[in-house]
Design a protein around this ligand. Structure first.
Ligand code: SAM
Length: 238
């Protein structure tokens, strides 16, 4: 992806982990280089009462609290969310996959709503949210980490963030997981590096790595393996 900076806007009740993520490591460099811009908006700043209340009990009863619609809507309006692709990370969303990330990468800007409590008022989803996305079949206590997972999976595809060769050889790129890696020393606790990797024979190394990818995918992710097998068999028949 090329062009101007990609902008991420995160709405949250807890800005600290978000601020610290954007100030660290590869992301900090991407921000410094002007490849990424971000805004971290505290939903509490848009609360209507003096106690800055952002949650209330659910209609119909039941456990927990719900993030109120009014402060969230005011925060979303303040960043122009109506015009920007808006994502709500939630366990009740569609699974986050490479295809979803590719779709997000095509946007110039994303708004991410970090939920809390039992979640957000459904009317915010109806009015503002373009995508509800789950980062896995488990429940986190809040949406900051999930929002940052999405940011991380997207920004590393921007031109200039990570070498493109690294991205090409990664897990999922062609439906398989990655091969195992080794670095110095050659022997570690009596375990040696596979001989083929020391051979300098590029074709043998390529073949070995492909075999490892297939075997690892078969063991770890039978679902991906079956899909890859079907595609490969289909291609062979063409
Ligand atoms: N009551 C919700 C449910 O059962 O689906 C769980 C709410 S969770 C305690 C609070 C917030 O954490 C959610 O609104 C969401 O933003 C975030 N969250 C938790 N687990 C997540 C997941 N697997 N994927 C994406 N976001 C998640």
């Amino acid at each position: 992806m090329s062009g101007s900076a990609m902008r991420f806007t995160l709405l949250t009740l807890f800005p600290e982990p978000i601020e610290s993520y954007f100030a660290s490591s590869i992301m900090a460099r991407a921000v410094e280089k002007g490849l990424v811009e971000y805004r971290c908006v505290n939903i509490r700043d848009f609360a209507l009462d003096t106690h800055r209340t952002c949650d209330d009990a659910p209609y119909g009863g039941g456990a927990g609290m719900v993030l109120k619609a009014e402060p969230l809507a005011a925060a979303l309006d303040s960043v122009g969310a109506g015009e920007i692709h808006t994502v709500y990370p939630t366990p009740a969303g569609r699974p986050l996959t490479t295809e979803v990330i590719d779709r997000f990468c095509a946007q110039q800007e994303l708004v991410l709503i970090c939920g809390r409590y039992e979640g957000i008022d459904q009317r915010i989803i109806d009015l503002y949210v373009d995508d509800e996305v789950s980062i896995g079949d488990y429940v986190l206590s809040s949406g900051e980490l999930a929002g940052l997972v999405i940011v991380d999976a997207v920004y590393r595809h921007l031109d200039g963030v990570i070498a493109s060769e690294s991205l090409e050889e990664e897990s999922f790129q062609d439906g398989l997981l990655e091969y195992p890696h080794y670095t110095r020393p050659e022997v570690f606790r009596s375990r040696t590096v596979p001989e083929v990797l020391l051979s300098g024979h590029h074709e043998r190394i390529r073949n070995w790595r492909m075999q490892q990818r297939i075997e690892k995918t078969r063991r770890m992710r039978p679902d991906l393996y079956e899909a890859w097998l079907k595609r490969t068999e289909g291609k062979d028949k063409e």
